[in-house]
Design a protein around this ligand. Structure first.
Ligand SMILES: Cc1cn([C@H]2C[C@H](O)[C@@H](COP(=O)(O)OP(=O)(O)O[C@H]3O[C@@H](C)C(=O)[C@@H](O)[C@H]3O)O2)c(=O)[nH]c1=O
Length: 176
């Protein structure tokens, strides 16, 4: 199966089989049957795309309650350091973080279950990020956490210059 586990319960890396030839490459970026065989019975209902320049950090976000979203995230071009934190209080990996480089070259995707917070830092000059969600956007249910909250201890990569973070994402309260 083209899935790899991570230390966080339910968080999985999807590495699609890439067919290269003299024209370029082809791969199935999502196949419901393949995911179901791997135990991911999620039905996605919304696709999103965002472009960002070097040093942009988006996150850390989730939607609460019945608006919670599982996400299947990937990079179309460029590279990001993608981070998730397990915020499910009943999980054995509660409050642990995981980071992975996703790029337009490695074609890796991360399946992020409901109840995780998610964010990413652009480490290339420019990156286009795309993701599927299994629940619709619900701004009233959005909850954010500081990317540098010591409660998580996320080790973000160093880059040239400062991170560019939305004012809203700098205003989220610390966990403690
Ligand atoms: C997320 C989202 C935003 N928007 C709008 C609201 C706003 O005007 C504009 C930009 O929204 P944001 O600043 O929230 O975009 P952004 O900071 O990129 O938000 C995203 O961050 C990453 C880390 C995630 O994991 C996503 O779930 C999502 O929260 O787009 C939608 O219309 N639909 C959506 O699904």
């Amino acid at each position: 199966m083209p899935f790899l586990t991570t230390p966080l319960k339910g968080l999985q890396i999807f590495e699609p089989k890439v067919f290269g030839d003299k024209r370029g490459y082809f791969f199935e970026s999502y196949n419901q049957e393949t995911f179901r065989e791997a135990g991911i019975a999620t039905t996605f209902v919304q696709d999103n795309q965002a472009a960002s320049s070097h040093g942009v950090l988006r996150g850390m976000h989730l939607q609460q309650g019945d608006k919670a979203q599982a996400k299947l995230v990937r990079v179309l071009s460029g590279e990001v350091f993608d981070v998730t934190v397990d915020m499910r209080p009943d999980s054995p990996t509660y409050r642990q973080w995981y980071g992975i480089a996703l790029s337009g070259e490695n074609h890796r995707q991360l399946f992020v279950p409901r109840g995780f917070i998610h964010g990413y830092l652009v480490t290339s000059d420019h990156a286009v990020f795309a993701y599927k969600c299994d629940n619709f956007y619900a701004p009233e249910a959005e909850q954010g956490y500081r990317y540098d909250d010591p409660a998580f201890g996320i080790e973000w990569p160093e880059i040239d210059g400062e991170y560019t973070v939305a004012d809203r994402d700098l205003r989220w309260p610390l966990l403690t």
